[in-house]
Design a protein around this ligand. Structure first.
Ligand code: FAD
Length: 309
């Protein structure tokens, strides 16, 4: 994730709730009067929908560009895909990584190389909210990090290392994502009405090498979407849970959260966690047990009453 841009605010924008008393009063009234009923929780700020519960229901951007590499980077995507196919997967992972994880990662790189060439795989997420600011999200980072127990202090926080940019192709892709966004905001047409200004790295930075050096300093590694620490994949591919989300080798332990995604989706992850949870929502109470079912199979059995200590 990289922040690059300033531009003229349009009205309304998120700051309007603080800056404009009339707008804030209208927004509050919308929220109070329309939040009941079957309205969706999140709306586009300036949507003409009559069901809008208003700006108070909005926490993030009001629009999002999701763009594939062939569209964003027509001259570079093919060479990126073929370099990805030639990459030694073990060399991009932490030395000593279990062989099953290397095999799973090799399978992932194959899928991702196809994604680089596909117009149906969004690689850039570029959110907008009518205000200034422009964040570039790489939706499919190729580098792999880890979460480990701190062995010298097992009860303290785990040790987390995103190992961002350890797969060298990530840096190339980030440069291409940046170039695509720069091209769009410097193009002629309607977008110039927002008087976009490049805040970073600045128009003097042009070469691939200089852009890459800047990305290395500007990158926020997590982009808020860490996944995959308990990946849904076969054991021989380094997976932790199977298709039924039950942990390999353990009969009554299942995992239902973002850690089961083997790869990042080209979408935000909270809604995707909701989708996984909905799939696992065959949940009902018996008189003393909470039973979670998944497609008619028992996933988890929790006793409501703790045994006396
Ligand atoms: C700043 C930020 C912005 C984001 N923006 C968006 C967005 O706009 N849209 C989107 O879709 N996603 C967004 N995400 C991502 C999304 O929030 C996560 O992907 C999602 O919450 C992951 O769900 P989860 O259930 O796997 O984990 P979490 O939501 O992190 O849930 C884990 C839970 O476990 C609890 N817990 C931890 N340790 C213990 C313990 N030892 N015992 C008991 N409980 C424990 C925690 O308190 C927490 O409630 C954002 C994330 C961040 C950090």
């Amino acid at each position: 994730m990289i922040d690059v841009l300033d531009k003229t605010n349009v009205f309304p924008h998120p700051g309007s709730l603080q800056e404009n008393a009339t707008f804030a009063a209208w927004a509050l009234e919308e929220w109070k009067t329309k939040r009941e009923g079957k309205q969706p929780i999140v709306h586009i700020l300036n949507s003409p929908s009559k069901h809008l519960p208003g700006p108070y229901s909005i926490i993030g951007p009001s629009s999002m560009a999701m763009i594939s590499l062939p569209v964003l980077s027509p001259d570079a995507y093919e060479s990126i895909a073929s370099d990805l196919e030639k990459l030694d997967p073990a060399a991009a992972l932490l030395p000593g990584t279990d062989q099953t994880v290397v095999v799973g990662y090799a399978a992932q790189l194959k899928v991702l190389a196809a994604g680089v060439r596909s117009n149906n795989t969004s690689w850039l997420q570029f959110p907008n909210n009518g205000g200034s600011g422009g964040l570039i999200f790489n939706m499919h980072p190729l580098s792999r990090g880890y979460v480990n127990i701190n062995i010298s202090s097992p009860n303290s926080e785990p040790v987390v290392d995103y190992r961002a940019l350890t797969n060298p192709i990530d840096l190339r892709i980030d440069v291409e994502l940046f170039r695509g966004v720069r091209r769009f905001f410097s193009s002629k047409g309607e977008i110039q009405k927002l008087t976009p200004v490049e805040l970073a790295p600045g128009s003097s930075v042009q070469s691939d090498e200089d852009l890459a050096a800047w990305v290395e300093t500007a990158l926020g590694p997590s982009a808020f979407h860490p996944v995959g620490t308990a990946a849904k994949a076969p054991l021989e591919h380094g997976g932790v849970v199977g298709e039924d989300l039950i942990v390999h080798g353990i009969k009554r332990l299942s995992i239902v959260d973002a850690s089961i995604f083997p790869l990042l989706v080209a979408a935000t992850t909270q809604s995707t966690v909701y989708a996984v949870a909905e799939k696992v929502s065959g949940c009902f109470w018996s008189h003393d047990l909470l039973l979670f079912e998944f497609e008619s199979r028992l996933l988890m059995r929790i006793h409501r009453h703790r045994p006396p200590i």
